[in-house]
Design a protein around this ligand. Sequence first.
Ligand SMILES: [Zn+2]
Length: 439
Amino acid sequence: MMLFTILLTSLLLAPGPSFEENFEDATLRLDYTMCGDASHTDIYLADMQKTGPWAGRRSKLDQPLLRGDCQIALKADDGTVLYANSFSTLFREWQQTAEAKDRPRAYENCIQVPFPKKPVTAELTVTDIHGKVTASLRHRVDPEDILIRKAKPGLNHVRTILESASAANAIDLVVLSEGYTATQEDKFFADASRLVKDSLFATAPYTALKDKFNIRAVFAPSQDEGPSIPHEGKWNTTAANSHYDTFYSERYLTSSSMRKIYDQLGTVPFEHVIVLVNTPIYGGGGIFNSVTLATCDHPSSGIVFVHEFGHAFAGLADEYAYDEFEPMYSPDTEPWEPNITTLKDFGSKWADMLPGGTPVPTPPSHDMPYFEVRRNWDNLDAALKKELTGKLGVFEGAGNSSKGVYRPVQECRMRMNECESFCPVCQRAIARTIDYYTR
Ligand SMILES: [Zn+2]
């Protein structure tokens, strides 16, 4: 009995799978195609590659920080989870659009996991807005498989913008050029450096945690200058195939060519990729643990980048409520995003930060329509602004739904560009993400 108790205790206190025992210092890139329509998902394995050194976390390997819309796990033969992570995809977003109701489509996804030393089973699952698994794929990965392509360093020029620690001990971001021609290399490196230093590291809580990041920039020349603009009939040939009009929304700038983006990065170690698009036109996009697209020459480029990177890096949800698409959240399920709630399990969100006596839901401080607040932002009374951005509550309207989804403050950077900063809940979520990757 004593022996059993000791065994049980040691199991409960187990630190999780060892990186050194199970993985090489290398990255396995798994390319999947997700296809289907609004109500159906299929997943297929497209390719496997061994790329550069492993830049991701080396502890808590079996514990993803957030649930995400999709989950990847590597399992040993006895079923032990050796590595797990979560992410979202453009495909899952597209499933909420009107197009997905009558036209099936396929989307590319590239997932990086540490390179296993022994054969493992990879398991990919996709969940719906109720957190229910709607599709899954299991397949073997044998590290000796001759058809795992060995990537080589590419011809693209790589420059270090910020180096704080080794790839193993820092959060590694890479900025990829998009729509910069061969003669615009200097402009790209200047834009990339400016975007990160003047925008990301000028925003709390990134400013105080700058020394947790490494940032590299990769210059891949494009044949044409600027991204494609379908609503102007303009299609350009570029390094990352980016375009506006994603889901027929003019300002939504994304790329469906994830494999091309990852190919451009060769063996550069990275955890998050930022595609920097050479354009003065407003737009951007950010998908959790997948990709961020930012522009360089619009007056709001830096602000939009920090918002979009909030989606991609910390899994933050939009706090605005335009009701543009089908509802992305269900009252029967607590969203996995840290900065919104359906009140299904509010205790897991910012309940611990809420001042005693705060009514839930919380009535707004004013009855000004959203667009009026934005238009008058610069002229609002300083005390009111402070209340709108800093006073915590549970305000209805978030996650693109005006009903049934709640946000922590009335105005936050995840709700509108005019806002100078992230709300306290978003700031805590970003700081927790940084801590998770680096501790
Ligand atoms: Zn917020």
